[in-house]
Design a protein around this ligand. Structure first.
Ligand SMILES: Cc1ncc(COP(=O)(O)O)c(C=O)c1O
Length: 386
């Protein structure tokens, strides 16, 4: 068996879309294709503003500038997280504050978030881990109670929903990733979503190097100039063309991922019933996009042993986020002293299995291989907790 962890799902439609885009006279960003894709996202997601960006990381940087995060400001997020939101806060001179997650979804625990809110808290940045919605009801209640912004890091949440609402459109601002590990991809890319005109107008300027060029293009001003801080966050129209072709196939992508996810789930459930592993929980309020499938072992030692055995058997399974609070930058530079035992344990016991549409036909075989590897490694494990 030789199963890589990820394979972007691109074919003739994507190749043709890019080839066609190259023929236009416009290659820079905010050309006709970018405009079309942004409108399409706005219609599909029922959101007022969707701005394509060069990455989700950049969308998060735009967020922190738009919210005027600065020295003394705190932004709460999970430590079980990619580095982007934390970096975006640090780049503005603010302080990321790390809160504990729930062990069933690995999403922020709203009660733990509330404990970390202070007068300096400006925003909460929930991550919808694996495309499974956070408990947004509880987080929106905190937004109301403490008057803080909710910024959804929906990097993994494209085509996933909370009570029917698309992830990324529930809080004040949402950020998507179209990196090639994501369900819908343009290689690198992202989006900044909001319903708030004031936030969007500021974001538009920040995205366009701190100029009002977007307003100029719309004929709202007769020349554009430097009006605010900003950077270059606009992707080329070529990437928008690739993204458009992917959006056309999003139902097919989701369906095939679901097939892989469900096959793994059904095959591995008996191992979970035996207590050898734990599987992901999807709460009733969440409609997943099947972005990833993970299992957890009982101990870190079991995880490492199982990961090595899966690799040996040709399945490139992998771990995920190394907690930010206990990272070298978190501990030594930011001086984080918080202890987050659930985060630490979940991070050390997690294994992600390969999930992508091309695996739909082989998922049974992969699941059987995982099943037998788990039995041979963990069935005889000396690390099992009593
Ligand atoms: C939760 C989260 N946020 C942000 C990002 C960064 O996305 P991008 O690669 O588009 O910058 C990732 C990447 O995997 C992520 O998992």
């Amino acid at each position: 068996m030789d199963i890589p962890f990820n394979k972007p799902y691109v074919g003739d439609a994507e190749r043709e879309a890019v080839a066609e885009a190259v023929q236009q006279d416009v290659l820079h960003g905010d050309g006709p294709i970018t405009e079309r894709v942004q409108e399409r996202l706005q219609d599909w997601l029922d959101v007022e503003w969707a701005l394509l960006t060069t990455s989700c990381t950049h969308a998060l940087e735009m967020v922190m500038m738009t919210l005027d995060v600065g020295p003394g400001d705190e932004v709460i997020m999970p430590s079980f997280n990619f580095v982007s939101a934390a970096n975006a806060v640090v780049l503005q001179g603010g302080t990321p504050v790390f809160a504990e997650i729930r062990p069933d979804t690995l999403n922020l625990d709203p009660a733990a978030v509330e404990e970390r809110i202070t007068d300096d808290t400006v925003a909460i940045v929930p991550v919808h881990y694996g495309g499974v919605a956070c408990d947004m009801e509880a987080l929106l209640a905190l937004e109301e109670k403490y008057d803080v912004a909710i910024v959804e890091d929906a990097a993994q949440g494209v085509d996933a929903y909370w009570k029917g609402w698309p992830l990324g459109t529930i809080g004040d601002i949402g950020c998507y990733s179209f990196h090639d590990t994501k369900n819908v991809t343009s290689g690198e890319g992202g989006a900044f979503l909001t319903d708030d005109d004031n936030i969007a107008k500021r974001a538009e300027i920040i995205r366009e190097k701190g100029t009002n060029r977007s307003a100029f293009y719309r004929g709202e001003v007769d020349k554009y100039s430097w009006v605010d801080e900003g950077s270059s966050y606009i992707p080329s129209d070529l990437l928008a063309a690739l993204l458009e072709a992917q959006l056309d196939r999003r139902d097919e992508i989701r369906e095939k991922r679901k097939q892989v996810w469900t096959t793994y789930r059904e095959n591995l459930r008996p191992l979970a019933d035996e207590g050898l592993i734990e599987l992901q929980t999807i709460p009733e309020y969440a409609d997943s996009n099947y972005h990833l499938f993970y299992l957890r072992t009982n101990t870190p030692e079991e995880r490492d042993e199982l990961l090595a055995a899966l690799k040996e058997n040709g399945i490139q399974a992998t771990f995920h986020y190394v907690p930010l609070h206990s990272s070298p930058y978190g501990r030594e530079t930011l001086g984080c002293t918080v202890e987050l035992p659930i985060t630490q344990h979940c991070s050390e016991t997690l294994i992600r299995l390969p999930v992508y549409p091309q695996l739909a036909d082989q998922a049974d075989k992969v699941a059987q291989e995982v099943d037998s590897t788990v039995k041979s490694v963990l069935g005889k494990s000396t690390f099992r907790a009593a």
